[in-house]
Design a protein around this ligand. Structure first.
Ligand code: FNR
Length: 369
């Protein structure tokens, strides 16, 4: 871990380091999205199309940015989204995420398609963790998988539902880089099961686990309503970072609809393009309990493993705390819709770089076409 990352003052210094460390094909795996990458850009555009409306004349000398999810305290309202193939990004893969989350004080969501295994990650880190599952087999197959995560002591399960098909990620098609589960040309046969996933199956898995359950990949109020009826405790608004369906809505827009449909009956997580403290506060103002970061966490791990990821979370905490004070609030519960308003965005060159415009021209292969 180079000293300059440990002390990095800004997130873009860490992303610079990630870019320098990563081969082009792995950078493209992380930064890329499906087809024209419009969904990914729209996620950012949605966030950039909200302005913040501060209040003044309030004592903000002490600000508390903490939140909670499923009864677990979060030092800031940011959790780590599941990332597959982390072992290609940092040598200890999912263990680095889990350790960083534990050290900082948030929840990691460990992907079922990352190394090492759920059991090894659990053995390496005692703190609370969520397991994210792709359903890639029959009922017996999922029975076994759920048995494993329950035995390993995971605090909750997150079932991903937005990936009935692996999106056509053109950067990967061009480079030929595949996550290990897709190597050998054709997608892993198990992926077909994701196309067969129904609410009955999801509910059965939720019940079988006996754990609090999250449904990840909800993009409409209609599906949020079903998720609540089916007993899910958390609705996770996500379009998979734009990596599957192209031309989907910005998640910050879907969030409004989902918040209305859920009506306080479940907690809500949102992801897609969140890179800065102000981004996070916009989602909280609209009713999210927490935001998840995908690419930002993956790039931090590429820059300097666990320590760089902790540093990125610290920077987010600093940004959130400063912005809360400037908004005139001392706790997240004071934020509501009145603190945001839709306004034309300043156009961004690419989803990943929108929050770092000064670097838009010097990160190679980053602009979406
Ligand atoms: C992902 N995502 C993902 N989601 C999931 O449920 N299981 C997984 O294994 C993965 N793998 C994965 C790998 C990489 C490299 C990325 C970038 C993303 C999606 C992820 O959890 C999250 O929904 C998005 O990344 C959120 O968008 P941002 O924060 O990346 O813009």
């Amino acid at each position: 871990m180079p000293e300059e990352i440990d002390a990095a003052a800004t997130t873009h210094a860490i992303i610079d380091a990630a870019r320098a460390n990563l081969a082009d094909d792995v950078w493209d795996y992380i930064a890329g999205a499906a087809e024209s990458e419009t969904t990914a850009r729209r996620n950012r555009l949605g966030i950039d199309s909200l302005v913040l409306r501060p209040r003044v004349g309030r004592d903000v000398s002490v600000v508390d940015p903490s939140a909670s999810l499923l009864g677990h305290r979060l030092r800031i309202p940011v959790v780590l989204a599941p990332i597959g193939a982390l072992e290609a990004i940092t040598h200890d893969g999912g263990i680095a995420s889990a350790r960083a989350a534990e050290r900082f004080g948030t929840l990691p969501v460990i992907s079922s398609v990352t190394e090492p295994s759920f059991e090894e990650v659990a053995a390496a880190t005692p703190g609370p963790k969520i397991s994210q599952l792709y359903i890639r087999g029959d009922a017996e197959w999922s029975e076994q998988l759920i048995g494993r995560v329950v035995a390993a002591g995971y605090a909750a399960i997150a079932l991903t539902v937005d990936s009935a098909h692996y999106g056509r990620r053109e950067r990967q098609l061009r480079s030929g880089w595949r996550p290990p589960t897709h190597r050998g040309g054709a997608p892993e046969p198990g992926i077909v099961w994701q196309a067969r996933l129904t609410w009955d199956r999801l509910e059965a898995m939720r019940e079988r686990s006996g754990l609090p359950a999250i449904v990840k990949g909800i993009q409409s109020g209609r599906d949020a309503e079903i998720a609540v009826e089916r007993g899910f405790e958390v609705v996770w608004v996500s379009n998979h970072g734009g990596r599957d369906l192209d031309h989907a809505d910005a998640t910050i827009e879907s969030l409004r609809e989902v918040v209305d449909a859920v009506g306080g009956r479940a907690e809500i997580v949102v992801d897609g393009g969140f890179l800065r403290g102000t981004d996070v506060l916009k989602a909280i103002a609209l009713g999210a309990s927490a935001v998840a970061v995908g690419r930002l966490a993956a790039l931090a791990l590429a820059a300097g493993g666990e320590a760089a990821l902790v540093r990125v979370l610290e920077i987010l905490e600093e940004e959130i705390t400063v912005a809360m004070a400037l908004l005139g609030v001392t706790s997240l519960s004071e934020l509501d819709e009145g603190f945001v308003r839709r306004a034309p965005a300043i156009p961004a060159a690419s989803p990943l770089l929108a929050a770092f415009p000064e670097r838009a021209n010097d990160w190679p292969r980053s602009s979406a076409t």
